[in-house]
Design a protein around this ligand. Structure first.
Ligand SMILES: NC(=O)c1ccc[n+]([C@@H]2O[C@H](COP(=O)([O-])OP(=O)(O)OC[C@H]3O[C@@H](n4cnc5c(N)ncnc54)[C@H](O)[C@@H]3O)[C@@H](O)[C@H]2O)c1
Ligand SMILES: O=C(O)C(=O)C[C@]1(C(=O)O)C=C[C@@H](O)C=C1
Length: 386
């Protein structure tokens, strides 16, 4: 399995050449509206369509583009030159096929989370005569590796894709113009394009996206009957491991069933480790059991250390500077204002509210070499740094 990251960087605020316009986004939920907002902000002419009038209206209201009517009596508005299908996975192939048929001059991209099933669905339309043999060449399967546990346009933001990988899955016959459009779309939204075939993509996401989702859901499911007094003690360990357990069940049913063949081997591996741990913990005092536990946690350390940092850079441990603030309006902005006066780049930011207390903690991640400088500056300005 190999992925080639392209290195060209987007010029901030500029629309890279190669995005045919107007662009029509079909499906204006979280992803479609985010794409619309980002492209509109970069100066593209964006049309929007969604089966849900409410999702369409919200997307238009938040600046994702202008609504377009699509129906069998003729479409209202100009023919799109590029269609981006951002509908749920189980209807994506059909919306791609419909778009290829409706607009014979348009390139069509989709962004669904699984890729082989969509490609097969589009090819099936050639077999049943709905598409001509070369129509699928205008289609490119893609997948932005950015999202959220939330869905719908209300959660959309134009910066969703910044610094995220965006996978492009051309086949041997995909038109170069379609690949160029996919690459330009990723760059316009400040993502990093990667090229990969659909099979390698699906194998990869089984491990780096689908298995984590399942693990988070299974862990969170255990909490249903946990007493409130135990949950009141929850710290970041639980929050970190269960954030994506809040994801949309409908979406994930489609993703998991669309990639079941690749997910099952990963689950067998997980089950083997779980069985091993259960056996060990059933006899924690037995000879070798502590070594077993240490190995398991160390194996987790080794896997975690392989997760890349921003821009696909090697994993990097940041230093965390923790500032205690009163839990009152304006405090966090004031801390950040102070940080802005230094020349230290904020790599990550996290807010922590101690339950039952009127104080919060702002955790600022910076490059380790810049930690002392930031601590000195914040302390000198009177902030409580711990
Ligand atoms: N949510 C994520 O984190 C994420 C990340 C990357 C890719 N994706 C993919 O992006 C796509 C959209 O996901 P989302 O999270 O934005 O979902 P969402 O539920 O927020 O939005 C989907 C939208 O598609 C609309 N829709 C349904 N059928 C349609 C049709 N036939 N024509 C036009 N619109 C239709 C729905 O009304 C809804 O507004 C999915 O294929 C998903 O796999 C999601
Ligand atoms: O919620 C998030 O943070 C995500 O990025 C979601 C995530 C992921 O697993 O990375 C989930 C599914 C999508 O297909 C792509 C992105």
């Amino acid at each position: 399995m190999s992925a080639a990251a392209e290195t060209a960087a987007a010029v901030p605020g500029a629309l890279p050449a190669g995005i045919p316009q107007p662009v029509l986004v079909r499906g204006t939920g979280l992803l479609g509206a985010s794409i619309g907002i980002g492209l509109s902000a970069a100066g593209a002419d964006v049309l929007l369509h969604d089966l849900s009038p409410a999702a369409l209206a919200v997307a238009a209201d938040i600046g994702a583009g202008r609504p377009m009517r699509i129906d069998d009596g003729g479409d209202a508005g100009p023919a799109p030159a590029l269609v981006v299908v951002a509908a749920p996975p189980d209807v994506t192939a059909e919306v791609v096929v419909d778009s290829l048929r409706r607009w014979p001059g348009a390139l069509v991209l989709d962004i669904a989370s699984v890729k082989e099933a969509i490609a097969a669905g589009v090819r099936a339309a050639v077999d049943d005569g709905r598409l001509g043999p070369s129509d699928p060449d205008r289609h490119l399967g893609t997948h932005p590796m950015a999202g959220s546990e939330r869905s719908g346009p209300v959660a959309a933001r134009g910066t969703l894709f910044t610094q995220a990988p965006w996978v492009l899955c051309p086949t041997d016959t995909t038109l170069p113009a379609a690949v160029q459009a996919g690459r330009a779309l990723a760059l316009a939204l400040r993502a990093t394009p990667y090229r990969m075939d659909a099979r390698a993509h699906d194998e990869s996401v089984a491990m780096i996206s689908h298995l984590p989702q399942i693990a988070a859901s299974l862990v969170a499911a255990r909490l249903q009957d946990t007493p409130d007094q135990a949950l009141a003690l929850a710290g970041n360990g639980l929050r970190d491991t269960t954030r994506i357990a809040a994801s949309d069940p409908q979406l994930w049913v489609q993703i998991l069933s669309g990639n079941a063949e690749r997910i099952v081997p990963a689950l067998h591996g997980l089950r083997d480790d779980l069985d091993r741990l259960i056996r060990t913990l059933e006899a924690p005092g037995a000879p070798g059991s502590r070594l077993d536990m240490a190995r398991l946690i160390a194996e987790g350390n080794a896997g975690r250390a392989r997760v890349p940092g921003k821009h696909g850079a090697p994993p990097q441990a940041f230093a965390v500077v923790t500032v205690i603030v009163d839990d009152t309006p304006g405090q966090i902005a004031a801390v950040l204002d102070e940080v802005g006066r230094t020349d230290v780049n904020v790599e990550d930011l996290r807010l922590e509210h101690a339950s039952g207390h009127r104080a919060g903690m702002v955790e600022i991640s910076v490059l380790p070499g810049r930690r002392d400088e930031l601590v000195a500056a914040l302390s000198a300005a009177g902030w409580k740094v711990v």
